[in-house]
Design a binder for this molecule. Structure first.
Ligand SMILES: Cc1ncc(COP(=O)(O)O)c(C=O)c1O
Length: 441
């Protein structure tokens, strides 16, 4: 420190006198598109199809308060105390029951409770990534996983997906290319079920094939599965971890099937990795919240948690349907994915449109979405949009899509004004569209 309180030998900037002192890895911590959006999208007049906030109002408050009261009455001192770095054993037992629904058999010793699955992602990255190491990530991939990988200076190499999830041949080709270039591939990151942001699900055959490719090439698979139990039209294939124990680290969470405010998730890992995860967890937070863990354990013991998951499924199914119908009615010329669960639809715009550049116009029309580029580390996704159907009501979803149509047509008209070539088609709604509901601003 200098006597003026400025970092030694650093000029800094007007905005941040410490600018020159940050570690190199902090350069990877740029504000994501999603984050910048939250501020705007939270204004009540904006229909936000941007964030991935679960609709926690569908969880009856007394289910939670009842569990909280019993925990404070019977285990208050433990709930308010530090706990183990691996997590409360009773909760880990219940987590085995939750994972069994997706075909996973495991030992309670192999579960590590974390502060949300986001924290498990960070711990795994910290344990495995040196600067320049490669993370293979499905493309498009969950934006905040990419932020973590970048913050540990990983090189992110995307593997293409289609409507059936990751493409095995694309994975083979990526591995061959990266190995030939002398790169160290540390793991494959994937959300195989109801992916964020694409909303697609990896087929069973591909799950098996991808695990074989990973095994043959000594590549660990990081299976992130927050949405698997939130299916709409029939259960998805079992988790990849149900096939392969040694080569998969599986991440789960209570954020979507209960509530994200508990900040409680978990990692299921092979023995050796599990030991490292516990140490890394202790180094980061000493222990995950005892209070949250005990309340969730009590909830799982006493409440009809499977019935509650069914309630969530019903809510999200209705919203997914509302979005699909609105897209069909308002934007029939475009294409999108049809998710069988989860929170997201991936929309493809006409090729000339840039979804990020279009965002200010969208905000002006009072609708928000997440531009596709947020989900790629390589600038891809320009003419894609992630639409979330989890939070707004079906009426707002329909109105949001109507506003989006105005935005897209406005952009197409603008491009036509300046285009030298043949005019681009604006999008005409199909048959009988009703106006916006009167209670929407
Ligand atoms: C794919 C994926 N992974 C991880 C997370 C983080 O969830 P958690 O609340 O458990 O930290 C999310 C949250 O949206 C997600 O979509």
């Amino acid at each position: 420190m200098t006597t003026h309180g400025h970092p030694q030998g650093a000029a800094g900037t007007n905005l941040d006198p410490w600018y020159d002192n940050y570690a190199e890895r902090s350069a990877g911590l740029s504000a994501s598109e999603v984050r910048a959006l939250f501020a705007v999208a939270s204004r009540p007049e904006v229909v936000s199809l941007a964030g991935g906030m679960p609709f926690v109002s569908a969880l009856p408050a007394d289910l939670v308060t009842g569990s909280m009261e019993r925990v404070m009455r019977d285990q208050g001192a433990q709930a308010l105390q530090y706990g183990s770095g691996q997590g409360v054993p009773a909760l880990r037992e219940h987590i085995l029951e939750v994972m069994a629904l997706e075909g996973i058999r495991a030992s309670v010793d192999d579960v590590v409770v974390t502060t949300g699955s986001q924290h498990a992602l960070e711990l795994m990255t910290k344990l495995f990534i040196d600067p320049g190491d490669v993370v293979l990530a499905e493309g498009p991939a969950y934006v905040t996983a990419l932020v973590v990988f970048k913050s540990f200076q990983a090189e992110i190499s995307h593997v293409a997906m289609d409507e059936h999830g990751l493409i095995p041949q694309a994975l083979r080709e990526s591995i061959t290319r990266l190995k030939a270039a002398g790169k160290k591939i540390k793991f494959l990151y994937t959300v195989p079920t109801f992916s964020n942001p694409a909303g697609v699900t990896l087929t069973w055959e591909r799950r098996v094939e991808i695990l074989e490719i990973a095994r043959a090439n000594n590549i660990l698979v990081l299976e992130d599965n927050p949405y698997g139990l939130l299916y709409f039209d029939g259960a998805p294939p079992h988790a990849m971890r149900s096939v392969e124990e040694d080569g998969v680290v599986y991440l789960g969470t209570f954020s979507k099937t209960l509530a994200p405010g508990f900040r409680t998730g978990w990692a299921l890992a092979p023995h050796a990795i599990r030991e490292k995860l516990i140490l890394a967890n202790e180094a980061a937070v000493l222990s995950p919240s005892s209070f949250s863990q005990l309340v969730i354990a009590e909830y799982l013991k006493s409440a009809d948690w499977k019935g509650q998951i069914n309630t969530f499924r019903g809510v999200y199914r209705e919203r997914r349907d509302a979005m699909l119908v609105a897209l069909r009615d308002y934007l029939p010329q475009l294409s999108w994915t049809v998710p069988n669960g989860g929170f997201y639809i991936w929309l493809t715009l006409p090729e000339h449109l840039d979804s990020k550049a279009m965002l200010p116009r969208a905000v002006k029309e009072l609708v928000a979405y997440t531009p596709g580029t947020a989900f790629y580390a390589d600038g891809n996704g320009r003419n894609n949009i992630r639409l979330s159907f989890c939070y707004p009501t079906p009426e707002f979803i329909r109105e949001g899509v109507r506003r989006l149509t105005t935005v897209i047509n406005g952009e197409l008209e603008l491009l036509n004004t300046f285009a030298q070539t043949a005019p681009l088609q604006t999008i005409r709604a199909e048959h009988g569209i009703s106006g916006p509901p009167s209670d929407l601003g």
